[in-house]
Ligand binder design. Structure first.
Ligand code: GTP
Length: 359
């Protein structure tokens, strides 16, 4: 197993070499673009700063590019750009970025946002064909189901037409319907994140082994603070289960500090201390919020399912559905499997950190 993780390490080394290193750590960069008021800052604040969605109403207009660092399985740097930024005024080559998220308000069917998106897709095609271009058709909850589907279709069609006109239709890009008011944003951003994690197949393998040995029909490895899932097992993701896990995490995040153990110091949780540097983007706020483990019964009637939560690293948590019979009768076995899962994940995180020059 160790040699397989070694392979991840060298793969990561190759890819992170091309990225800018801040504070000695090579961060994977994500560009957040879109028209004014399309919802870029809201997306960043809701996901990574735990801002309640209703409070996005009070966010101020972004005047300059702001860079936000966030540490999960991989260290991220999110560039929140003002609405008027163009390929020329960005001030950095697109080759520095791993993903470009373009946010379009679902009611904005006009030419301007589509032309701007097409400009960036063409620039990416020339500068960095590996760039993952993801279009978030945002504020989707504002429309009724039929209008939502119709606008979503029209935006996709117009982008395709523009790219055909410019003979650049080969560049791959994906569309997602999103809103800060439901789980669609978390699901869409998780899918973007999966494309950036080189160790994803190893995390998925660990989850598959955990599920097989614990009779679990579904397990997710979540980034606990942002509630993005960084990996899941091979069984299909159904939105209801994903949403349930998200809500359970949200509840634990809210109540965790009330039950904080006095002995759960950062040193004990092995939180790496980083020296701040003047160039460093705003660091991720660390808030102690966890129970080490928890469980909730979902269907009390037999046979029943229990949703379990286990903290894996200071950032990551394993959420798994386990048959209640297994949880009640063979809890020791499930916890034994969690220990092995934790060791595997920690090893992957250590290799990743080492490859990026952070350890
Ligand atoms: N209904 C709805 N409104 C949203 C959503 N996301 C953001 N908004 C609202 O959209 C408005 C603009 O949001 P911002 O995040 O400031 O948009 P921005 O793209 O960063 O804007 P600039 O800084 O001007 O470029 C705010 O009033 C938000 O409350 C959403 O999913 N649904």
């Amino acid at each position: 197993m160790t040699s397989t993780y070694g392979a991840t390490s060298s793969a990561s080394k190759r890819t992170v070499n091309s990225r800018n290193s801040v504070n000695g750590v090579a961060r994977t960069k994500i560009l957040l673009l879109g028209q004014r008021r399309s919802g870029k800052t809201s997306i960043n604040e809701v996901l990574f700063k735990s801002l309640p969605p209703k409070q996005t109403f009070y966010l101020e207009t972004t005047m300059r590019i702001s860079k936000h660092a966030y540490d999960t399985v991989i260290p991220l740097e999110i560039w929140d750009c003002p609405g008027n930024i163009t390929v020329d005024t960005l001030g950095a080559p697109l080759s520095q970025f791993s993903a470009l998220i373009f946010v379009i308000d679902i009611r904005d069917l006009y030419k301007q946002p589509i032309s701007k998106l097409v400009e960036f897709i063409i620039a990416a095609y020339n500068d960095n064909p590996q760039l993952h271009v993801e279009v978030f058709v945002h504020k989707a909850e504002k429309l009724q189901e039929d209008d939502k589907i119709e606008n979503f279709r029209q935006i996709q069609e117009r982008v395709q037409d523009h790219l055909l006109e410019r003979e650049c239709e080969q560049m791959p890009y994906n569309f997602h319907l999103t809103s800060v008011y439901d789980h669609s944003l978390h699901e869409a951003f998780s899918k973007v994140l999966h494309k950036l994690i080189h160790s994803l197949p190893f995390l998925e393998d660990l989850l598959n082994v955990f599920c097989a040995n614990s009779s679990s029909p579904k397990a997710f490895l979540f980034d606990a603070a942002s509630r993005l899932y960084v990996a899941t097992d091979a069984s299909p993701v159904d939105s209801a289960t994903h949403n349930l896990c998200c809500d359970y995490l949200s509840m634990l995040n809210a109540f965790g500090p009330l039950y904080q153990s006095p002995t759960s110091t950062p040193a004990r949780l092995r939180i790496p201390a980083a020296e701040p540097s003047p160039d460093d983007p705003a660091p991720t706020e660390t808030k102690d919020r966890f129970y080490p483990s928890a469980a909730a019964s979902l269907h009390p009637s037999a046979p029943g399912t229990t949703l379990t939560y286990h903290l894996i690293t200071p950032q990551l948590a394993l959420l798994a559905l386990v048959p209640t019979g297994v949880w009640d009768g063979r809890r020791g076995l499930v916890e034994y499997n969690v220990v092995f899962f934790r060791e595997g994940v920690q090893e992957i995180c250590d290799v990743e950190r080492e490859a990026r020059g952070g350890g």
